[in-house]
Design a protein around this ligand. Structure first.
Ligand code: F6P
Length: 357
């Protein structure tokens, strides 16, 4: 009878609870093992005694669709250089490794994005932790898997927001700018922008010119279409190639992120009334989409089966509707942004969507 641990690390997203449920059902009901949920990621392993909750199928059954993570999570940086409350920096990896061994675990399932998985792998290698990884991130930038948990729900939420904004944009003859998350990758913007019928989509991977954006808005105005929807990814820079943080420090843009910067520039360049909506963390919460629940359930079961086979240091991935396990080392080296030649970029161009270039 094995005893396994599970933790969720990094930013939350929809579908994490569905993985916790799947792992628990498969490990307890199918294999007869014990599952300990580790609270607040590696922080739970730093605590003494380690902070855990025993997971039982009947307890986790209702959490399938719930957003967030019942285990809690943290993205408070690197445990190898942990910032202490007194301002000092300490290597807390030995405490985490000790915490794992104190729990007498046979294996650990770590759910995280590329950053969390890299940290968990380093801990596993240093401390003899038998680790299996599951990819999650709304950004969909873990390149080894076509899909990560949380991405589909984030795209659904962003799409719904864009749908709603069409009506207000058209009623008021406004240019509505919708700023979405995605870290350095434009996947959410591109997918939600196409799905939501955006007229302009700006992503960090394709350099834009304000002039092109304004020309496109004016062309629509000349056609009697006095409203436009612009979807912009949070990491898009100013036209001069500066990040918004750099711009702010220069006192250029005081009012917010790249969305506000574009709103000001588009208003100046077209005379249109502009408004900004920053979706922020709404994209991470809410009810998990059916696709995320299916992906999470499949990943959870596959991770348990890897442990049953004794195949550690691997991550489960989705490739061509198959679950394939690959070494975690490969997953963390493979960061994916939008390829400017991607099919969806071609689709956007084919639809006449302005990408700003
Ligand atoms: O990686 C997920 C993500 O939501 C990014 O899209 C975003 O840039 C970042 O995390 C926000 O992080 P935080 O929750 O720390 O504000």
């Amino acid at each position: 009878r094995k005893r396994i641990g599970i933790l969720t690390s990094g930013g939350d997203c929809a579908g994490l609870n569905a993985v916790i449920r799947a792992v628990t059902r498969c490990a307890v009901d199918v294999h007869g093992w014990e599952v300990l949920g580790i609270c607040r990621a590696t922080q739970g392993l730093m605590s003494r005694p380690p902070q855990v909750m025993r997971l039982e199928p009947h307890k986790v059954d209702p959490i399938l669709m719930m957003g967030g993570t019942i285990l809690g999570t943290t993205n408070k940086g690197d445990p190898f250089a942990f910032s202490m409350p007194d301002g000092s920096v300490r290597d807390r990896s030995p405490e985490i490794i000790e915490g794992y061994h104190l729990l007498d675990l046979d294996a650990l399932i770590g759910i995280g994005g590329d950053g969390s998985l890299a940290i968990l792998r380093k801990l596993a290698q240093q401390g003899g932790i038998k680790l299996v990884g599951i990819p999650k991130t709304i950004d969909n930038d873990v390149g080894i898997t076509e899909r990560s948990i949380g991405f589909d729900t984030a795209v659904n939420i962003a799409t719904e927001a864009i749908d709603r904004l069409h009506f207000t944009a058209a009623s008021h003859d406004r240019v509505m700018i919708v700023e979405v998350m995605g870290r350095d990758a434009g996947h959410i913007a591109l997918n939600a922008g196409i799905a939501g019928g955006a007229h302009i989509i700006l992503i960090p991977e394709i350099a834009y010119k304000i002039e092109n954006v304004c020309r496109y808005v004016k062309k629509r105005q000349a056609q009697g279409l006095d409203y436009s929807i612009v979807v912009v990814s949070e990491a898009v820079c100013t036209e001069a190639g500066e990040t918004i943080e750099q711009t702010k420090s220069l006192g250029e843009c005081r009012l917010g992120g790249i969305g506000q910067y574009l709103a000001d520039r588009i208003a100046k360049g077209t005379g249109a009334e502009t408004r900004v909506t920053v979706l922020g963390h709404t994209q991470r919460g809410g009810i998990a989409s059916p696709l995320d629940r299916i992906l999470a359930s499949s990943f959870g079961v596959a991770a348990v089966e890897l442990i049953a086979e004794g195949k550690y240091d691997h991550i489960v991935t989705w490739q061509n509707r198959q679950i394939i396990s690959v070494p975690i080392a490969q997953a963390i080296q493979n960061y994916r942004v939008v390829d400017p030649e991607d099919t969806l970029v071609k689709t956007a161009r084919g639809l006449g969507i302005c990408l700003g270039d």
